[in-house]
Design a protein around this ligand. Structure first.
Ligand code: HDD
Length: 737
C-alpha cells in the first residue's frame, strides 16, 4: 500500500484532530457525506480517510508477483525478441505482441497544456474552521471541522512541459475540491491580479509571451521582444508586471507561495442571499523567494527544483499547509471603491476588506503516477458548486468557456470527467452518453428526460440544485469596458510603494534584466514611459540600468481617476508573511573532507535535525570520509552534483587537514561565495574560518547576522543562533551594502 511504500503510517489520512488554528476543536471523523454505495465511492467515507483515495485505488495497478501480459491479458513469454522467419530472417507482420507494444508507445504523449504546461501536484484535504452558512451553502464550509479531499497542481505559465521550474513567471495554484456536492475548482495563481481585463486578450497575451514563433525561443522566459511589445502597448498589464518582476516571480518553493482566486466571486447562502468574495491562500511556511542569480543557476543544476522540493517535503512527512482567507464584501462596498471589483488587474487592499480565515489546506500525499494524476487532471473555472457563483468579471467569463474546451483536445474527448483523477466523489447521474473513451456502462434504454420508462430518473434536483444568482443587470449589448477599468497605474504604484527597499531594488533589477533582452529600442522606451506613471524613482533606476534617458510619461487613458483609498499596504510585501515553520525542511550543506572534527558536526547535525532541517554532508566527491575521531561521515552529495546555490545555508567544518583539502578543491570557493552572494547564512567552525577569509567574507555580527563564527567546542551553544539565522531565510542587509 501507499502507507508502506512511503513509510508513513499517516500518509493516507488527514491527521485526525490536528489543527494549526488555536482554539480549534478536534475533528473526530471525515464529515464527507457521500451516499453509501455510489459507483464512484463504493461506500461511505471512513473515519479519517481522505475520501478521494478509495475511488482512485480501484484503478491502481501493482505488478508485484504478476506475469507479463498484452493489453488483452494474454501472457507474454518473450519480451525481448521480435517474431522472425528464422533467426536471421525477416520480422513477421503477424507479431501482434511487437505491434501492440510499439503502437502503444507511438501514442504515449498527449498535447501539453497550452499554458501552465509545467507543473507538479499533490493530494490533501481542506478542513473548515467553522460553518460558513451565513454566507454560503458551499459543501466544504457546511460544518465546523468538515474535511474535503483536494488535489492541487502548481505550475509555471509560459514554459513547456519539460522547462525549468525557476523561470521568472507567475505560478499557477489550482485546487480541485472533491466535495459531496460535486467538484469545485479554484483555479488561481500566486499573484492576486492578472495581465489583462478581458478574456478577449488572452490568446494575444499568451502568443506574446510564448517562444517567438519563427525560431521557437526563448523557452520559459518573458525577456524577449514580443512580450514587452505587447505589454508596453497594454497599460492595464502594468500592475501585474510589477508583481512578476518582483521576487514573487521566482518563489523559493511552491510551499512558500500565496495563492489567489484573483477574480471576485459570489458566495450564496441557503436563503439565496449573496456577498462578493475573493479567495486567498496563505502558506504556513511563509512567503519566500529566490534571488535572480540563484534562480538562473538552479535552473541549470536542478530544473526540477520546485517539483523535487514539494515531493520530498511530502515524502518526509512535512506536509505543506495553507490557510484559506476570504475577503467578503457587499455590492455597496464594491461600488464605493476607487477601482472596479470586476477588473482582474486590481486587488482589494486588505486594509479595505480584511481577510476572514475560514479553513486550512494540508497536502499530505504525493501522486502515485505523474501522468495519470498530475498530467491528466483537468481544472476548470466552470466547476462550481451550490453556494459558489461567478461575478461578471469579463476575464472570468472567458475562462468559464476555455478550460473545459481545451481539455477536449488535450484529453481526447468530452469524457475527461471520467478519468479517475477528475471524477467527482459525488455520484454523477445524467443523460449524457457515448463519446470517445466512455467508461461508464449506463444501464437501461432511457437516456432522455422527461421519461416515464425510467420513472423520470435521474430527476431534477429542484431547489437542491445549483442556482445561478439572479444578478439583475439588464443593459444594452455593448463591446466596451466599465469606466474605472481605464485607470491602470494606481495599484502598480501602491505595490511599488509597499515594498521594502530591497524588494524595490529587485523590481528594478527585474525590469532592467528583461528590458535589456529586448532588442528593439522603441519597445524599451515605450515601457519606460509607462513606468514613469508608476513611479519616477522606478523609471529612473530602470532607465539608468539600460543607459537610457527617462522618456516622457505615456499618456494615460483616464485623466482624473478617483483617488486611491490607501498609498501603502503592508500585506503586499513578501516580508508580511515570514512563516511559522522555522527551519523545517530547510536544506543545510555541511562541507566535509578527510579529518573533519567529528564532535562539532555531530552536535550541530543533531540540533538541526531536531529542529526539522534537512542536513546534507557535501564533499568534493560522494562517499565516506574519515573524521578526526576515526568515525566515518558519508557525503550524500558532492559539490559537483549539488552546487552551493541549491542549499539554504552552509556550515564550514573544523579540522586543519579537512580545511586544507577543501582549500585545494577547485569548487569550494564558488560553493562558499554563492552562499554569501545570495545572502544566506554561513557558519564557520574553528579552522573553517580560513575558508571564509579566502572567499573574502568578513564576519561582522553587527552588520551581518548571517555570518557566524564559532569554535568546535561551542557548536552546541551556536546551534540556536544558527537556526534562527537560517529561519530568517536571507540576510538582505548584506545586499544593501
Ligand atoms: Fe488559465 C490553465 C490560472 C486566465 C485559459 N490557468 C490554467 C492553470 C492555472 C490557470 C493555474 C493550470 C491548471 C492546471 O494546473 O491544470 N488562468 C489562471 C488565472 C487566470 C487565468 C489565475 C486569471 C485570473 N486562463 C485565463 C484566461 C483564459 C485561460 C483569461 C482563457 C480565456 N488557462 C486557460 C486554459 C488552460 C489554463 C487554456 C490551459 C490548460 C488548461 O487550461 O487546462 O484553458
Amino acid at each position: 500500500t501507499k502507507n508502506l511504500e512511503h513509510g508513513h503510517d499517516n500518509a493516507l489520512a488527514p491527521p485526525i484532530g490536528e489543527s494549526s488554528k488555536p482554539g480549534f476543536d478536534k475533528v473526530t471523523a471525515s464529515t464527507i457525506t457521500e451516499q453509501p454505495g455510489t459507483a464512484k465511492t463504493g461506500g461511505p467515507a471512513q473515519i479519517g480517510i481522505n475520501a478521494n483515495i478509495a475511488p482512485l485505488d480501484q484503478f491502481k495497478v501493482d505488478p508485484s508477483g504478476q506475469r507479463l501480459t498484452t493489453n488483452q491479458g494474454v501472457p507474454v513469454g518473450d519480451n525481448q525478441n521480435t517474431l522472425k522467419a528464422g533467426l536471421r530472417g525477416p520480422s513477421l507482420l503477424e507479431d501482434f505482441i511487437l505491434r501492440e507494444k510499439i503502437t502503444h508507445f507511438d501514442h504515449e504523449r498527449i498535447p501539453e497544456r497550452v499554458v501552465h504546461a509545467r507543473g507538479s501536484a499533490a493530494h490533501g484535504y481542506f478542513e473548515a474552521y467553522d460553518a460558513l452558512d451565513k454566507y454560503t451553502c458551499a459543501a466544504p464550509f457546511s460544518e465546523k471541522g468538515k474535511t474535503t479531499p483536494v488535489f492541487v497542481r502548481f505550475s509555471t505559465v509560459a514554459g513547456e512541459r519539460g522547462s525549468k521550474d525557476t523561470a521568472r513567471d507567475a505560478r499557477g495554484f489550482a485546487v480541485k475540491f472533491y466535495t459531496d456536492e460535486g467538484n469545485w475548482d479554484l483555479v488561481g495563481n500566486n499573484i492576486p491580479v492578472f495581465f489583462i481585463q478581458d478574456a478577449m486578450k488572452f490568446p494575444d497575451l499568451v502568443h506574446a509571451v510564448k517562444p517567438e514563433p519563427h525560431h521557437g525561443m526563448p523557452q520559459a522566459a518573458s525577456a524577449h521582444d514580443t512580450f514587452w511589445d505587447f505589454v508596453s502597448l497594454m497599460p492595464e498589464s502594468t500592475h501585474m508586471l510589477m508583481w512578476v518582476m518582483s521576487d514573487r516571480g521566482i518563489p523559493r518553493s511552491y510551499r512558500m507561495m500565496q495563492g489567489f482566486g484573483v477574480h471576485t466571486f459570489r458566495l450564496v447562502n441557503n436563503l439565496g442571499q449573496s456577498v462578493f468574495c475573493k479567495f486567498h491562500w496563505k502558506p504556513l511556511q511563509g512567503t519566500h523567494s529566490l534571488v535572480w542569480d540563484e534562480a538562473v543557476k538552479i535552473s541549470g543544476a536542478d530544473p526540477d527544483y520546485h517539483r523535487r522540493d514539494l515531493w520530498e517535503a511530502i515524502e518526509s512527512g512535512e506536509f505543506p499547509e495553507w490557510e484559506l482567507g476570504l475577503q467578503i464584501f457587499t455590492e455597496d462596498q464594491a461600488d464605493s471603491f476607487s477601482f472596479d471589483v470586476l477588473d482582474s488587474t486590481k486587488l482589494i487592499p486588505e486594509e479595505l476588506i480584511p481577510l476572514t480565515p475560514v479553513g486550512r489546506m494540508v497536502l499530505n500525499r504525493n501522486p502515485d503516477n505523474f501522468f495519470a494524476e498530475t498530467e491528466q487532471v483537468a481544472f476548470c473555472t466552470a466547476h462550481v458548486i451550490p453556494g459558489i457563483n461567478f461575478s461578471n468579471d469579463p476575464l472570468l467569463a472567458g475562462r468559464i468557456h476555455s478550460y473545459s474546451d481545451t481539455q477536449i483536445t488535450r484529453l481526447g474527448g468530452p469524457n475527461f470527467h471520467e478519468i479517475p483523477i477528475n471524477a467527482p466523489v459525488a455520484a454523477v447521474q445524467n443523460n449524457q452518453r457515448d463519446g470517445l473513451h466512455r467508461q461508464a456502462v449506463h444501464r437501461g434504454r432511457v437516456a432522455y428526460e422527461p421519461n416515464s420508462l425510467a420513472g423520470g430518473c435521474p430527476f431534477q434536483a429542484g431547489t437542491e440544485g445549483f442556482v445561478s444568482f439572479p444578478d439583475s443587470n439588464a443593459q444594452d449589448k455593448v463591446r466596451g469596458k466599465p469606466e474605472k477599468f481605464a485607470e491602470h497605474y494606481a495599484q502598480a504604484t501602491l505595490f511599488y510603494n509597499s515594498q521594502t527597499a530591497v524588494e524595490q531594488a529587485h523590481i528594478v533589477d527585474g525590469f532592467r534584466f528583461e528590458l535589456s533582452k529586448v532588442a528593439v529600442p522603441a519597445i524599451r522606451e515605450r515601457m519606460l514611459s509607462s513606468l514613469v506613471n508608476v513611479s519616477g524613482d522606478l523609471a529612473e533606476r530602470v532607465a539608468a540600468g539600460l543607459g537610457m534617458q527617462v522618456p516622457e510619461a505615456m499618456p494615460k487613458a483616464m485623466d482624473n481617476p478617483q483617488a486611491p483609498e490607501i498609498t501603502e499596504s503592508r500585506a503586499l510585501s513578501l516580508t508580511a508573511l515570514p512563516g511559522l515553520c522555522g527551519v523545517r525542511t530547510r536544506q543545510i550543506a555541511v562541507l566535509v573532507e578527510e579529518g573533519v572534527i567529528h564532535a562539532s558536526l555531530a552536535s550541530l547535525h543533531s540540533a538541526l535535525v531536531h529542529a526539522g532541517a534537512v542536513v546534507h554532508f557535501i564533499g568534493p566527491r560522494v562517499g565516506n570520509f574519515a573524521t578526526d575521531s576515526g568515525a566515518m561521515v558519508e557525503a550524500d552529495k558532492s559539490m559537483e552534483n549539488a552546487p552551493g546555490f541549491l542549499f539554504d545555508a552552509l556550515i564550514l567544518p573544523d579540522g586543519n587537514p579537512a580545511v586544507q583539502a577543501l582549500v585545494d578543491n577547485p569548487e569550494t570557493m564558488e560553493f562558499v561565495k554563492d552562499h554569501f552572494l545570495h545572502c544566506k547564512t554561513i557558519l564557520a567552525l574553528g579552522d573553517g574560518h580560513r575558508l571564509l577569509e579566502m572567499a573574502g567574507i568578513e564576519a561582522d555580527a553587527e552588520k551581518d547576522p548571517g555570518i557566524l563564527l564559532a569554535q568546535s567546542a561551542d557548536a552546541n551553544a551556536i546551534a540556536p543562533r544558527f537556526i534562527d539565522a537560517v529561519a530568517a531565510h536571507r540576510h538582505s542587509s548584506r545586499e544593501a551594502g
